[in-house]
Design a protein around this ligand. Sequence first.
Ligand code: ATP
Length: 313
Amino acid sequence: MSRIVATRLSKRFGAKRAVDDLSFHVEPGVVTGFLGPNGAGKSTTMRLMLRLDHGEGQTLFDGKPYDQLSHPMRHVGAVLEAKAFHPTRSARDHLLMLASANAIPGKRVDEVIEYVGLREVAKAKPKSFSLGMGQRLGLAVALLGDPHTLILDEPANGLDPQGITWLRNFLKSYASQGRAVFVSSHLLAEMALMADNLVVIGRGKLIATGSVDTFIQQASGTTVLVRSTENGRLADVLSQSGAKITNDDTGALLATEIDQANVGELAFQAGIVLHELTTKVATLEEAFLEATEGSEEFIAQLGGTAALEGIDR
Ligand SMILES: Nc1ncnc2c1ncn2[C@@H]1O[C@H](COP(=O)(O)OP(=O)(O)OP(=O)(O)O)[C@@H](O)[C@H]1O
């Protein structure tokens, strides 16, 4: 059974549909990445899921809406804003207060402080924290109840490279314990390393959902790069077998709709010597750009610094 089932989520701000009839599932045991261009509606979706915003549709966590969970902090941990803390209370006191309000034993506070690497600054006030330290404190809050579902909005923001690597390893291991992790990030290379599944949205609507591998294969397919001294003849042979051929700028041929083994066999049968034969797999970034093309909310103007909102291409 899916850990989170979001059904027909919708939210308008005036005439604008920030989230538009969005449905998806989040499974336990894996990290699910939540991707979309700027302004696609990711934060609003997460707020709707947790009933922090009012809109249409419903989100069930193990069959129940968030506000009907008997111990929400033990069920779902969320970090939506990195710096939403009391300005003068120390990080540890902030966590102690939340623990006591939610009947969580005080010793768990020191455990989570240790987990997220805030021991040195546990007595400091969050207003002195960097964005990265704020993220760690947010994560500590989310982990207090030892929840089996985590919802994190851009948790890597403000983390240094070591912090990002730590976060990735932490979330992967958290998910591997059978927990569900739903995380948004605009760091696509990082998402490719961290996520198993994806929910991709554009302008509030679902664009794709499924495994990262399938998303990459479906969005871009694969390209076979082949280099020979007889490009013209090779291109003819491959085209006759249904491949689509283009030239790259280094003098190689790029073939799609054919796999590497087939290219090798056809070249061999035609007596064409190959100097290079490799398969170029698309990156998550390439697949994302292709899948979300035209659904960006903010498109940079050529030659200018202004951003335009709501352009249909
Ligand atoms: N409180 C609000 N009032 C009016 N419009 C809003 C409000 N919150 C969000 N929006 C608009 O709703 C759309 C979705 O915003 P949202 O912040 O959910 O997107 P996002 O995918 O999280 O973006 P980003 O990646 O830039 O953080 C945007 O057009 C945004 O301007």
